[in-house]
Design a protein around this ligand. Structure first.
Ligand code: 13P
Ligand code: SF4
Length: 362
């Protein structure tokens, strides 16, 4: 089991809202009935109502490791679609991965399709012979992971983007990083790759902005609509109203926001920073609001605020709730599983290759 993972309390012991008492009673019953045949994994962006049902929680990297190590027959994933797909890729054929809401996608992942990436790839190959290593953020479809596997590339998460990018630059002269331009830029900057050495692929125009011959990292122009809501002005504002406060942001935030922050890192890193800080410390956090609220609730001895509380929650993470979980568990118990996430074998094989390269590097 990953040391990054947190074991969550048994929800049966917690106070339940009356309107959902029946749902929760059934959930508790089904969960006990399914026993070791069931593993519920939960991402940190889940609402508190949903995540308390998770056996284990983690960031994208920790959850993919947990899925790979699991021997449970059924994994129910409290997270978005690409996370469930990754779990399916990393588990054997006989195991099932289920999503409580199959429509819970990721707006950033949807900003890069395999067709668009192929156009970009062909353009790069045709116009410049330099070897290019494709790197996909785990927030992407299985097809893009497979593309990376097939073309000598790898997957990365927000925890290991710098290491994976460094590896890619050692392999070839250049890396193509998709779909998140901000994570790509932040990882490149951490390696000292900036200015002309970073170019941007503009999807809408199907062309490269920047100097193809100088570029060492080409970033796709995707982004997370939640994380681009945090600004440098937010950091300035919270520091004025809370002297001494530390600002920490997720690396999906734009480069200038990461530069203005005291620190940046994955959801797991943010949690560790807050947990390990002394009582009385103050944090302004630039990431999804559910995590920030939970940290504030778990650490009443510290000041924990959102870097900007007007930034809305992730609409897709919010689709996962107790009702969907109940439907998923009922389906398993009745032998008619619903919301099964299945990646076809050929795609899964290549995607697994890209994930294995990531694990080898980190
Ligand atoms: P983590 O890699 O920190 O889990 O983040 C995933 C994500 O979707 C952030 O928006
Ligand atoms: Fe995707 Fe952003 Fe939601 Fe993360 S927070 S799942 S990157 S849309």
């Amino acid at each position: 089991m990953s040391t990054n993972a947190a074991v969550v309390n048994d929800p049966g012991t917690q106070a339940n809202a009356p309107f959902d008492a029946e749902t929760r009673r059934r959930l508790s019953e089904l969960r006990s009935q399914l026993g070791d045949d069931l593993l519920i994994l939960g991402h940190h962006y889940m609402s508190s109502e949903a995540i308390r049902w998770a056996d284990l929680t983690g960031d994208s990297l920790a959850l993919s490791r947990l899925a790979a190590q699991s021997t449970a027959e059924n994994i129910v994933f409290l997270g978005v679609h690409f996370m469930a797909e990754t779990a399916d890729i990393l588990t054997t054929e006989d195991r099932k991965v289920l999503s409580p809401d199959i429509g819970a996608g990721c707006l950033m992942a949807e900003m890069a399709s395999i067709g668009q990436v192929l156009q970009c790839w062909n353009h790069l190959v045709k116009n410049n012979g330099k070897q290019t290593i494709p790197i996909t953020y785990v927030n992407s479809s299985a097809k893009l992971k497979a593309f990376c596997g097939e073309h000598g590339g790898a997957v990365c998460t927000s925890s290991n983007a710098e290491k994976v990018l460094a590896w890619a630059l050692e392999q070839g002269g250049r890396a193509l990083f998709f779909p998140d331009m901000h994570l790509g830029r932040n990882a490149a900057a951490a390696l000292g790759v900036t200015g002309d050495e970073v170019a941007r692929w503009v999807r809408a125009e199907n062309r490269l902005r920047g100097d193809m011959n100088k570029a060492r990292v080409i970033v796709w122009d995707g982004f997370c609509p939640v994380h681009v809501g945090f600004t440098v002005m937010d950091a300035e504002r919270v520091r004025v109203s809370n002297p001494g406060i530390k600002v920490v942001v997720h690396p999906e935030c734009p480069r200038e926001v990461v530069e203005a922050a005291d620190d940046s890192g994955s959801t797991e890193k943010i949690i560790k920073l807050v947990e390990q800080s002394p009582s009385g410390s103050a944090w302004a956090i630039g990431t999804e609001i559910n995590l920030v609220k939970r940290l504030a609730g778990n650490h009443p001895d510290k000041v924990i605020i959102s870097l900007n509380s007007n930034v809305p929650q992730c609409p897709d993470m919010a689709k996962i709730n107790e009702r969907g979980l109940l439907t998923a568990l009922q389906g398993i118990a009745e032998g008619q599983p619903k919301g099964v996430v299945k990646v076809d074998q050929q795609t899964a094989q290549w995607a697994q290759k890209a994930l294995e390269r990531m694990f080898a590097v980190t």
